[in-house]
Design a protein around this ligand. Structure first.
Ligand code: RUQ
Ligand code: CUA
Length: 654
């Protein structure tokens, strides 16, 4: 094999990382100047509430976890892309369609970037979006119920990493191919990458009801599109995507995708795209993708299949997209609160490249192009460069902003956060992270109006920070106070899965609109019942439907006979409770399924195929009252050939 100097760089990078991990192998508390004052700053007294909500992705857990800041209390895990037996998500009949894709039921994904919806560039607390990488998807969570209410699949993409990153008024969320793939998908030689593989930048529109659908895709060269952020203020109307692998290699990418001195930030003018769409410039490409929607009143999700997508081709749409050359495989791209500065975090460099939006517009007007690639003009680097931050760190990944004109960038290899001044590019402070920070999160830190105050480093490696738990440790977050000139480390806390990215928002924006119950009167589930009087069991061939209710502390009915081996049993459980925080659970012995966990006023369905004759207990799984342990019943299962009649009861003998 030919020796390439770059191999050296790779080895040095890996080596440095290992070194910094060992160097920090001893317990360190540097950064915490005074334990007592740090403790006071994170102390939220029992019964008191945190000041901020923090939403962290669960990475390979596929879920979102919700924390309070500054306490670091885990408030909830919201299932999104992965089945969750705790809540019955993906197990009950109502939520199974949420995980449908054009490949069928896919009960897992890799969730990276939570992003709050925005109004006028400020997080508004309505929704949280998050991308699924592996089988490309975007989910929308409703923050009045903390439930996943919509998941859309992204066609013509592989690895939906540069996503969802909303625009200023949540007009769109976006998606970009991390792994370019044949466009459209087909069976070709991998070696034909340069001819057949393409990228797609997708713009997913939210309609008035907040429903997502793909408005258009931009067909782009087969690079890896890594991250994105949408413009704001003056740059509203544009979205920026980083690229790497402009070499278009398809093997040993750690070396082959790191050859070019510069890759690009792609700037897409989506307002221009809307004009081209209106002019009918888009081409319809046949494809297949699903949209899964959960309805809060029927408590049921349904899947819609779409069979074509609108594609804009840069050659046919001048002014739609430009490339900004950016050194050394840029990873994060972050836009400052004014919308003027676009920060490229070149992960193989020490310096940060900051582009100017105004200069970009001038360069476009003057046609200051280096070259044109597949119809995409490449702007001259010097013409768009605003400045360079000589950080002294290594491996910059992501940048967020505070309310006072400062920026904070994470450095993976040197394992630190560096604070610098937007505009003068001078480094103001640096703080170590234990260990190896990826993203960081400042409440509102990627919006027009950051709340500031705290910074959370989302670290990839935990090592000795907590009591050991075998070979695997939970990942870790570190909280810093950034209200003063110097960052001060306050707290470590473990996270669920890999906390790739996070979003923070003032608690008041969300807590006052949080729902307490689902009104029973609004329940439109096709198999709901609204009183115990309607409780019953119905047979249609081998399909048996049990219409059941729950209320503290019994099910109606609680004795059922006449079920047979081989029946297809649907237990439709309606929770009649109308008080806050009074779910009931349901589980049946031997059911190859999870429990149900039914919220007040909701109906959920457990599907069960009884295997063997016998009498099987069922019970409530969620401790709901002093008589929770009494909340139980029996179902008698007879041989398939038996002629025992269906019967049911509560409080009497059948
Ligand atoms: S990434 S650690 Cu999946 Cu957001 Cu940069
Ligand atoms: Cu109902 Cu426990």
């Amino acid at each position: 094999m030919k020796f390439k100097p770059l191999n050296f760089l790779m080895l040095t990078l890996t080596g440095l990382f290992v070194f910094s991990a060992c160097k920090n192998g001893m317990k360190q508390n540097s950064g915490i100047l005074n334990n007592q004052s740090a403790a006071q700053k994170v102390y939220v007294a029992p019964g008191e509430h945190d000041e901020y909500y923090a939403f962290f992705s669960g990475g390979f857990s596929g879920q979102v976890s919700v924390y309070g800041l500054p306490s670091g209390r885990l408030l909830k895990i919201i299932p999104v892309f992965s089945v969750d037996a705790e809540k019955g998500y993906g197990f009950n009949e109502e939520t199974k369609p949420m995980l449908n894709t054009s490949f069928g039921f896919v009960p897992w994904d890799d969730a990276h970037h939570p992003e709050l919806s925005q109004t006028n560039g400020i997080p508004d607390g309505r929704w949280l979006f998050i991308n699924g990488n592996n089988t490309p998807r975007i989910a929308k969570l409703d923050l009045s119920t903390f439930e996943t209410t919509e998941i859309i699949e992204i066609p013509n993409s592989g690895g939906n990493h540069s996503s969802p990153f909303t625009t200023e008024n949540s007009e769109y969320v976006v998606a970009g191919t991390r792994f370019s793939v044949p466009f459209p998908q087909k069976d070709v030689a991998i070696g034909s990458y340069k001819d057949n593989f393409k990228g797609a930048l997708s713009f997913i529109k939210l309609d008035e009801d907040g429903h997502m659908d793909i408005a258009f895709q931009v067909l782009v060269p087969g690079y890896d599109y890594d991250l994105a952020h949408s413009g704001k203020g003056k740059s509203h109307g544009w979205t920026f995507f980083t690229t790497y692998n402009s070499e278009q290699s398809h093997t040993l990418k750690e070396i082959n995708a790191s050859q070019n001195d510069k890759d690009f930030i792609a700037a897409v003018n989506w307002k221009k795209a809307e004009e081209y769409l209106a002019q009918g410039k888009a081409q319809d490409y046949p494809t297949e993708y699903l949209i899964n929607r959960y309805d809060e009143h029927s408590h049921t999700s349904t899947s819609i299949t779409r069979n074509s997508v609108k594609v804009l081709i840069p050659e046919e749409c001048p002014g739609l997209i430009y490339y900004l050359p950016t050194p050394k495989s840029p990873h994060g791209v972050d836009v400052d609160p004014t919308g003027e500065y676009i920060v490229g975090n070149g992960k193989l460099s020490a310096d940060l490249t900051v582009h100017s939006f105004d200069k970009m517009m001038t360069a476009i007007a003057n046609e200051a192009f280096e070259e044109t690639i597949d119809g995409i003009p490449v702007l001259k680097f010097e013409e768009v460069l605003a400045g360079t931050v000589s950080s002294g760190g290594l491996g910059p990944l992501h940048t967020e902003f505070d309310a006072d004109g400062n920026a904070y960038t994470t450095f993976f290899i040197s394992s630190e956060v560096v604070k610098w001044k937007v505009g003068s590019w001078e480094v103001l402070d640096r703080a170590p992270c234990y260990y190896s920070v990826g993203h960081l999160m400042i409440p509102g830190g990627d919006s027009k109006k950051p709340w500031g105050k705290y910074l959370v480093a989302l670290n990839k490696i935990t090592k000795d920070r907590y009591l050991p738990t075998g070979p695997e440790m939970n990942h870790s977050a570190q909280l810093y106070d950034i209200s003063g000139d110097k960052m001060e480390m306050l707290l470590d806390f473990p996270t669920v899965g890999e906390p790739h990215y996070g979003q923070g928002i003032a608690a008041d924006v969300i807590k006052n609109r949080s729902k307490k119950i689902y009104p029973l009167n609004d329940n439109t589930h096709p198999h709901n019942i609204k009183s115990e009087a309607e409780a019953r069991v119905e047979r249609d061939g081998d399909v048996v439907r049990i219409y059941m209710t729950s209320i503290r502390s019994h099910f109606a009915p609680d004795n059922i006979e006449g079920i047979k081996v081989g029946d297809k049993v649907y237990v439709h459980l309606t929770n009649l409770e109308q008080d806050w925080d009074t779910p009931h659970g349901l589980s049946i012995m031997g059911a190859r399924n999870a429990e149900l966990l039914v919220m007040p006023g909701q109906t959920e369905t457990l599907y069960w195929e009884p295997q063997k004759p016998g009498v099987y207990p069922f019970y409530c799984t969620d401790f709901c009252s002093a008589l929770h342990q009494e909340m139980q019943g029996y179902i008698r299962v007879s041989e398939a050939t038996s002629d025992i009649k269906l019967s049911w009861s509560l409080g009497e003998s059948i």
